[in-house]
Write a protein that binds this ligand. Structure first.
Ligand code: SAM
Ligand code: SF4
Ligand code: FES
Length: 348
């Protein structure tokens, strides 16, 4: 057996490798090795989650952001970005629509520093009062510890905060001075300690990323043991400093999804919108590579184009019901099915 295939086998059995071994796997990607990893990941994932795909209704609550991440179309220096913030009534309407489609998890995502912790807590309480059988996931960036504690006490179940990169020097290449790797890590530690099902994650193919930094990302997931990990290709947005950088690829994203699944077979792994943008069948291939979550867009159709993280984003013209039906068909076509469930992590 080839050396890298033996590493995949060991990862599938022990769920741990050294940094050097992760780096060798990342650098040694070939179509054959990726297919091998996908097949191992698919088997392990089926043992935990069967052919169930969990669905999260994504509500993009605001395109306003105080941060200036070099990669993101919502960065505050982007004068071309059209800004909006949904009202509480609009957000609650999105949840109601999602509920009627069978969604039992809502993800409130948006730029940072717009929604006060007070407002987030009130919204979470209202959603949980109306729909106690639903999970609420927040993805609203960095807050002080006490604010996260208040959100958890208000009933929020999960928090997604991609670490973006586990390498401090690479973090500094992606973010301006003033945004800190240490604070990002502090937030992730806080969230986990507060009992949130916590999600980290990173872009694939971001400027300055190397097999070495990706190995650190994989080691970070192995040691941090998140409940969720969101990864998708970096895709350039023309009005940002990285507007002319090459995009990340679907192929590398799919391979990394498989490796993540082998590191932690119960990980909740979304086949992301960015993956579906990089390749027409990206989300289906993501599921086949080991992912088990999809996140159809529930945002009001009139704001979708304004939440322009990157160029060419799919699902910006469709109604929520269209995305729901589209994803259900896509999953059925590959032998999986979307389920009506909160979709919490299964402990193994
Ligand atoms: N503001 C919050 C935060 O940064 O955590 C949540 C919203 S932010 C838009 C969600 C994720 O979008 C980021 O964590 C980042 O990984 C991803 N993202 C931003 N710009 C992107 C781009 N150009 N290509 C792919 N993903 C991007
Ligand atoms: Fe703001 Fe998040 Fe975009 Fe950074 S990635 S500019 S924090 S919305
Ligand atoms: Fe939105 Fe296919 S998921 S149109």
């Amino acid at each position: 057996m080839m050396k890298n295939e033996a590493l995949i086998d060991r990862l599938a059995q022990t769920h741990t490798l050294t940094l050097a071994e992760y780096e060798a796997l990342v650098a040694g990607q070939t179509p054959e090795l990726a297919a091998y990893a996908a097949q191992r990941a698919d088997t392990l994932r089926r043992a935990v989650y069967g052919t169930e795909v969990y669905v999260r209704g994504l509500i993009e609550v605001s395109s306003v952001c105080r941060n200036d991440c070099y990669y993101c179309g919502l960065r505050r220096s982007n004068a071309a970005c059209e800004r909006y913030t949904l009202t509480d009534a609009q957000i609650l309407d999105c949840c109601e629509a999602g509920y009627s489609y069978g969604f039992r998890t809502f993800v409130l995502q948006g730029g940072e520093g717009v929604l006060s912790a007070h407002r987030v807590c009130a919204l979470v309480r209202e959603i949980k009062t109306r729909r106690p059988d639903c999970a609420v996931t927040l993805s609203l960036g960095e807050y002080p510890t006490a604010d996260y504690a208040a959100m958890r006490a208000a009933g929020a179940d999960r928090y997604l905060l991609r670490h973006e990169t586990a390498d401090p020097a690479h973090y500094a290449r992606l973010h301006p001075v003033g945004m800190s790797f240490e604070n990002r890590m502090r937030c992730l530690r806080d969230l986990k300690a507060l009992g949130f099902q916590t999600g980290c994650g990173f872009m694939v193919g971001s400027p300055g990323q190397t097999p070495q930094t990706l190995a650190q990302d994989l080691k970070f997931v192995e040691t941090f043991q998140p409940a969720m990990c969101g990864i998708g290709p970096f895709l350039p947005q023309k009005d940002t400093p990285f507007g002319k950088e090459p995009p990340g690829t679907a192929e590398q994203t799919l391979y990394l999804l498989s490796l993540l699944q082998l590191i932690r077979p119960n990980l909740l792994l979304p086949a992301t919108t960015a993956l579906g943008t990089a390749a027409q069948d990206g989300r289906e291939r993501g599921i086949l590579a080991g992912a088990n979550v999809v996140m159809p867009n529930l945002s009001p159709v009139e704001v979708r184009k304004k939440y322009a993280l990157y160029d060419g984003k799919i699902c910006t013209g469709e109604e929520s019901a269209q995305c729901r039906d589209c994803l259900a068909r896509r999953m059925e076509a590959i032998g999986f099915r979307i389920v009506t469930a909160r979709g919490d992590i299964k402990e193994v």
